[in-house]
Design a binder for this molecule. Structure first.
Ligand code: MN
Length: 501
């Protein structure tokens, strides 16, 4: 469903006429070679398109306007092989509406020690040419990513690749339609917020629908489609005995599958990329969507529980960033703690809705009572997540700005099996420790709902925050509460004094 190869990044090379035709031809050849290499490398998910070397303000402005108007182009990479006087870039950079990365590289990796002469010096000028460009971008207060190193260096390619994934996700979010079934969970604060501001800042629109509109789609599900989906459940999951044909709760799984088909039909028909539910408003639904939400997340849809449209949209955006990468990405909640001082950890889960993209083995399909919401017992997939590095990301509304909080976490094995826990679960230790990490998170106002990802790193989220021009707080292994609280105070001042974004 998510395809990054539909997108393009344009590669802009700056120069000037001072160098003469021969040098400019060489610049163009070098640039084309870099573009071909980047286009082919595994860590870059889109095509990189070479654009003719830019030597005048008119050419620069024209190419920027063209990039703004081309839906396939999701961002531009700029590189000054030779010196490109930056006054030439003012009009173009002022007009730029696409994300910008500045690749600070040099065609020749090595200085040819015994052969270096003025010809080499005149051609390989990025060391100062890119500083002239950097000055202008900074003078204009432009948010962009600066990546430094040789273009064949895999780390450089990976850092560009991360930014390109984010640029694709940014394009995907512009005009994204999010559907909210029912409203917010009553009285909950953190899931509320300003949808107009979210649309202005982040590009997506939230559409409210009554449950009756969804129920129509669920009622229209055909017996044939239902049978086919139940067969697919049998093939993909370990289906509990009581859910089998003739089993005590077979009707529950039939109903869950019907809900999945109806929900899917609604989303496809309305061209929605993300949705929310709330257990407080299920009028006309027999059970809370469990496996439906789980499988739709696995297919790339954003999801937020209890009306949490902001986390739902963020999940979709992170699904786009993570497309094709190893490791899953899911809606998540800090649910319960293990507070034994020698082994403090978080049990992350939700009532039902954890994405099976993070499952470490074949999920089990089970039905259990929910104990909340007053509906029939919902069917859900139950599994564990693999150990390793992960991030939790939360986006909250501070009233005058949006704030992203990201925590690096280490996924670990549970101390003991939890045979009676009827939901998918992840155990993690927040960095630098649960005591410091959770305190920092709470000082920052981070939500209990997050997007959890084993495919992405904080670098992706930083690139996103730069493009979206929102605040980002990163809780890492180096975080101390003293320094973190200062950062919160200083950011408060920055957003009051500055434009706010
Ligand atoms: Mn929740």
């Amino acid at each position: 469903m998510i395809r990054l190869d539909q997108y393009e990044i344009w590669f802009l090379t700056g120069s000037q006429h001072l160098y003469g035709k021969e040098t400019l031809e060489q610049v163009a050849q070098h640039s084309q070679k870099i573009v071909a290499t980047l286009s082919d490398c595994a860590s870059i998910p889109t095509k990189i398109i070479f654009k003719p070397v830019l030597t005048t303000p008119e050419e620069i402005t024209q190419i920027v306007r063209a990039s703004n108007n081309d839906d396939r182009c999701v961002g531009v990479i700029a590189w000054m092989h030779t010196f490109s006087p930056a006054k030439n870039w003012i009009a173009g950079l002022s007009a730029l509406q696409k994300p910008l990365a500045h690749l600070h590289t040099q065609f020749n990796q090595d200085i040819p020690w015994s052969e270096i002469d003025m010809d080499f010096m005149n051609l390989n000028q990025a060391a100062h040419g890119d500083r002239e460009f950097g000055f202008m971008a900074t003078r204009m207060r432009l948010q962009r990513k600066v990546v430094v190193g040789h273009w064949q260096d895999q780390e450089v390619q990976a850092r560009l690749g991360a930014w390109i994934r984010v640029a694709c996700a940014w394009a995907d979010a512009q005009g994204m339609r999010v559907v909210r079934f029912g409203d917010n969970m009553r009285s909950v604060a953190v899931t509320e917020g300003d949808k107009v501001e979210a649309q202005l800042r982040l590009g997506y629109q939230v559409y409210g629908y009554g449950l009756g509109d969804l129920v129509e789609h669920i009622q229209a599900v055909s017996e044939g489609d239902l049978r086919q989906l139940l067969e697919l459940y049998q093939a993909q999951y370990l289906v509990a005995d009581d859910l089998q044909t003739g089993g005590e709760h077979h009707d529950s799984v039939r109903e869950a599958a019907r809900i999945e088909l109806g929900l899917r039909s609604f989303l496809v028909n309305g061209n929605f990329k993300a949705f929310t539910t709330t257990f407080e408003n299920l009028h006309g639904l027999v059970q809370l969507p469990g496996i439906a939400a789980q499988r739709l997340m696995a297919d790339g849809y954003g999801f937020g529980a209890e009306g949490d449209w902001r986390t739902s949209a963020l999940l979709r955006t992170m699904k786009v960033m993570a497309s094709g990468l190893a490791g899953g990405t899911s809606f998540m909640e800090d649910y319960t703690y293990h507070l034994k001082p020698t082994g403090m950890k978080v049990l992350g889960s939700h009532m039902l809705e954890i994405c099976p993209s993070i499952a470490d083995s074949q999920p089990k399909l089970e039905v259990h009572p929910l104990g909340i919401g007053g509906k029939a017992d919902p069917v859900r997939l139950v599994f564990d997540a693999p150990t390793g590095n992960a991030i939790n990301a939360s986006i909250i509304d501070m009233g005058n700005r949006l704030r992203m909080v990201v925590n690096d976490v280490d996924v670990v094995v549970a101390d003991e099996p939890m045979p009676k826990l009827p939901v998918a679960r992840v155990m993690w230790i927040p960095q630098p420790s649960l005591k410091v990490g959770a305190a920092a998170w709470i000082y920052a106002g981070g939500a209990h709902h997050t997007v959890f990802s084993q495919a992405l790193t904080a670098e992706h989220m930083m690139d996103y925050a730069e493009i979206a021009q929102i605040e980002l707080l990163h809780i890492t292994q180096d975080t101390t509460l003293h320094q973190f609280k200062n950062e919160l105070r200083w950011n408060e001042m920055f957003y009051l004094l500055g434009r706010g974004y």
